[in-house]
Design a protein around this ligand. Structure first.
Ligand SMILES: [Zn+2]
Ligand SMILES: [Zn+2]
Length: 309
């Protein structure tokens, strides 16, 4: 419990540095307001060893020097290996098991699997842009110092925080792309809505503007809020990129029924967004849509095959 509280304290401190340019501990609120409790005591007494270390990281390379590309390369490799698993898994379901449990009742056109793979991997707005973002932010020292630290191991609190925060930010950006103006929608997100009934390979098919608004900006803000080490960053990136792919599957994933009880987004949840546009703006989680009142259950959509959900 203490670790959770320390972690929240660290998150608040990082958010304060990002948005206000000052550490939370540099603010001294009136003691009359807080009954003698101020934020500097919060920051100094609540810091757990692992979290406190996060704010005191120093770069392992000197100023003006290029960082080692080892962490970056391992991260890209980890996402790529995850993609291989996703594609092998999908190949097995579609081509070997001949799965016909489609989420939507409308018949999916019988496309060629390898055409799908080629389209998926070659989209400039997908992995090319994402890979460029990861490489440039890493090599030009734009990531917080903790990300270059290769000591320790995966901190699952950090991974969960990154997933929750990036999805919250992505939900807001997604909502704004839909609602700001028809011109913004057309220029950014509309290409991804070409599919009312998407297939797994449409996950990253959209536009450069869409990827920048909905993925790169949330990723950059999240990195500046959660100061984790390179292993947690890798675990987060691998789960994030591959789960975004899986929720576009035209078949429900076998675990979807169970994870939906935790508010984790499923393929059917995301198909609701593609079919009806104005519900389920979240991707990884449905928490934000439930809070905003924009959640719609796949069971309430008449174009879906309720027997397979
Ligand atoms: Zn989508
Ligand atoms: Zn949308």
């Amino acid at each position: 419990m203490a670790t959770s509280w320390n972690f929240v304290s660290q998150l608040l401190d990082n958010a304060s540095q990002l948005f206000l340019g000052r550490s939370l501990s540099s603010f001294s609120l009136p003691t009359s307001l807080l009954g003698g409790f101020n934020t500097s005591s919060l920051a100094s007494t609540a810091a757990a060893p692992t979290v406190a270390a996060a704010s005191s990281y120093t770069l392992p390379h000197g100023p003006g020097e290029w960082p080692s590309p080892v962490g970056l390369s391992l991260g890209l490799l980890s996402v790529a290996v995850g993609q291989v698993f996703v594609l092998v898994w999908f190949y097995f379901r579609r081509e070997v098991l001949k799965c016909s449990r489609f989420i939507q009742t409308e018949k999916k056109e019988n496309y060629d699997f390898w055409e799908g793979v080629t389209t998926h991997l070659a989209q400039p707005e997908g992995f090319v842009l994402l890979g460029s973002y990861l490489s440039l932010t890493w090599m030009f020292n734009l990531m917080p110092a903790s990300y270059y630290d290769m000591s320790g191991s995966v901190n699952w609190y950090h991974v969960l925080a990154q997933l929750a925060i990036v999805d919250a930010l992505q939900t807001v950006m997604h909502y704004l792309e839909h609602k700001l103006s028809p011109a913004v929608y057309k220029a950014s997100h509309k290409p991804h809505h070409k599919w009312l009934n998407p297939r797994l390979f449409d996950a990253f098919n959209g536009s450069l503007g869409d990827t920048i608004c909905m993925i790169l900006i949330p990723l950059f803000i999240t990195a500046n809020i959660v100061h984790c080490n390179v292993w947690s960053y890798m675990a987060f990136g691998t789960i994030y990129a591959n789960y975004l792919t899986l929720i576009h599957s035209e078949f429900p994933n076998p675990w979807d029924h169970y994870v939906s009880y935790l508010g984790i987004g499923t393929a059917a949840d995301h198909h609701v967004h593609h079919r009806l546009f104005k519900f389920n703006y979240g991707h990884l989680f449905m928490w934000w849509d439930r809070l905003l009142g924009t959640y719609k259950s796949p069971h309430d959509v008449k174009q879906f095959d309720h027997a397979v959900l």
